[in-house]
Design a protein around this ligand. Sequence first.
Ligand SMILES: [Zn+2]
Length: 295
Amino acid sequence: MFRVDRLVSLYLSHPFVLTLGPSAGSRVPILMYHSISDNLFGMSHPYFQINTVPEVFSQQMRWLRNSGYRTSSLPEVLTGLQAGEDLSKTIVITFDDGYRDFYTDALPVLKQCGFTATIFLATDRIQLNPARVEGADYLTWKDVRELHGEGISFGAHTVTHPDLRSLQPDQIEYELGRSKEIIEDHLGVTVESFSYPHGFPEEDKDYTRYLEDVLCNLGYDHGVSTNLGRASRKSNRFFLPRIPVNSLDDPSFFQAKLQGGYDWLHWPQLLKKYFFHRTVALRERALDNKETSSR
Ligand SMILES: [Zn+2]
């Protein structure tokens, strides 16, 4: 399939970032994976595809290891960025939702490469027996405890994986607070990391500021979002940007993404959200006016 994002990243943005961009040591790619399987989840455009087939995942990990990359945790990276440390060749690997294929297809490869990862759990989908939602199996609490013992970190990804913007404040607090508590109860450690489910509405400043307050009050320390790009000192620690990865990332595209060649896509992503946000706001205002005049 013809992909503009791939072409621009490979032939315009990547060479540009390498010569004129910020120093590699001040930016850390946080990779965003979901499912390591052949399961397509009915996604249409490659940009939204959330599965990485096991062979491609294994290739990507081996490439990272052979290129001298090391994995780190989110708290370590945040401290390093603040201290101005040189973080070249440092990456964070994250997995959203808690698919069971992490256990069967990702963990053995990560172990072989000496890598670690963070998994963000939507806690309602984690049960005593593997839960099956929309054709995909999820980790069990026994798996989660075992993975934690293997050095895998866990964060919260809400209870029911809702679109948080459609909820009332008390429901939002429940989704964020309860998921944290449940994981803490099962693992016996404090959970300080959060991953925002669905597209992150970064254009809505009032909402994101409110969300940051809620996360802070509930005892979260940091988190990740679907904002595109590599994390820097200036990133908001609760909504760190990530690099989405899937099966369609061939070696050169994967390398370009890691070295900042994909960061440009954040601007069209943000513009699109602003435009949508404005359209919705205008439509709501028009409806309000209509209601007021018909009253
Ligand atoms: Zn998710």
